[in-house]
Design a protein around this ligand. Structure first.
Ligand SMILES: O=C(O)CCC(=O)C(=O)O
Ligand SMILES: [Fe+2]
Length: 374
């Protein structure tokens, strides 16, 4: 079922029920109460001659990955003009009319396009966001017939932008491989090919932001994710399982780097999978542009190195497809369990219509990651 763009709901005073999160899941910190706890690291010198400088940068990156699985990089070599051009064109896409955006509707397993809320159909709660997403690497995976032909220039700028992001991601993967005491190609080799998916999030102003989330709490499935955000704020991270949260300080031109589940498993849990969510607000709309760097679907997921005295964080080697399937079957189940009302509430209201979880899980099982498309 196609979910309508949020345009009409923005004008309402109250949120439709499906966006209202249970109390525990609502934002605990304001979208603009910024923290400087997430490390900001300059990459100047990462390619340079000075070994001590490279080591120093690498040390900071590793510490951030061990602590948060998240950090910001500056001096990363991607021109600010390219980032702002990408940003401008993405915003223009979201300001197209509902009908124009829905021409790119990707419900029903289409590979790439426009969606509202989430990739997963049948979720218990809805995210307050619109997004579009496309495979960008390997180049053969680009389905240009589904890439928007408007706004003018978007396609060309996207090609340059995603290439630059791929370069930065590969560089960071080299640093992390070496930090694990492995050859610098180790993480890339474990991916077979480093695939990339572009995902642009748009969070309209929200009538009751204290009750909703732009994106629910999650970890990304990827090896590494690079994200550009505007100055509004809303990206939040936790490192204590959701007890306390920090809102990431937006920095003009910086890239937010997230380690995803694949990075977590390959490092045997040494690098955290960034635990994050997005808070929204009623004053400003917000845009973020993420590039997800993933292994090929058949790549085997298993720790590359298990340090002495450690136990493997996975019982057995699995494919990335299987890793994905387990993750999303679990997320759907967790969501629906939250929706089951307490006894008292049950007396007051009817139990919400709950889909057949087994069926949902089977459906998810049939899909390859690119079809689930998260
Ligand atoms: O908008 C953001 O800052 C983060 C979005 C996000 O977490 C995602 O797309 O996976
Ligand atoms: Fe994310």
């Amino acid at each position: 079922m196609t979910f309508a763009p949020l345009t009409a709901l923005v004008e309402e005073k109250t949120l439709p029920q499906s966006f209202i999160r249970i109390e525990d899941d609502r934002p605990k910190v304001a979208y603009n109460q910024f923290s400087n706890e997430i490390p900001v690291i300059s990459l100047a010198g990462i390619m340079g001659e000075s070994e001590s400088q490279r080591e120093e940068i690498s040390k900071k990156i590793v510490e951030a990955c061990e602590e948060w699985g998240m950090f910001q990089v500056i001096d990363h070599g991607v021109e600010e003009d390219l980032i702002s051009e990408m940003y401008r064109l993405s915003r223009e896409f979201f300001s197209l009319s509902d009908d124009e955006k829905l021409q790119f509707d990707m419900t029903g397993g289409k590979k790439g396009g426009y969606l509202v809320s989430s990739h997963l159909q049948g979720e218990a709660f809805h995210d307050w966001r619109e997004f579009f997403t496309f495979f960008t690497y390997p180049v053969e995976s680009r389905d240009y017939s589904r890439w928007p032909d408007k706004p003018e220039g978007w396609r060309k700028v996207t090609e340059s932008y995603t290439k630059k992001m791929m370069d930065v991601a590969c560089k960071l993967m080299e640093v992390l491989s070496e930090a694990m005491g492995l050859e610098k190609e180790a993480l890339a080799k474990a991916c077979i090919n480093v695939n990339q998916k572009l995902l642009t999030n748009f969070y309209p102003k929200c009538p009751q932001p204290e009750l909703a989330l732009g994106v629910k709490r999650h970890t990304d499935p990827s090896t590494i994710v690079l994200l550009v955000q505007d100055q509004v704020g809303g990206l939040q991270a936790t490192r204590d399982g959701g007890k306390t949260w920090v809102t990431v300080q937006p920095i003009q031109g910086a890239l937010v780097v997230n380690i995803g589940d694949h990075g977590y498993f390959l490092s045997n849990g040494r690098f955290k999978s960034a635990d994050h969510q997005v808070a929204v607000n009623s004053s400003y709309s917000r845009l973020s542009i993420a590039t997800f760097h993933n292994p090929t679907p058949e790549a085997i997921v298993y720790p590359l190195k298990i340090r002495q005295g450690e136990k493997a964080v996975l019982d057995e080697p699995i494919t990335f497809t299987e890793m994905y399937r387990r993750k999303f079957a679990n997320e759907l189940a967790v969501g629906w369990n939250k929706k089951i009302p307490s006894k008292e509430q049950q007396q007051l209201q009817q139990e919400p219509e709950k889909p057949n979880l087994h069926q949902l899980q089977q459906e998810t099982k049939l899909k390859r990651p690119e079809e689930i498309f998260v």
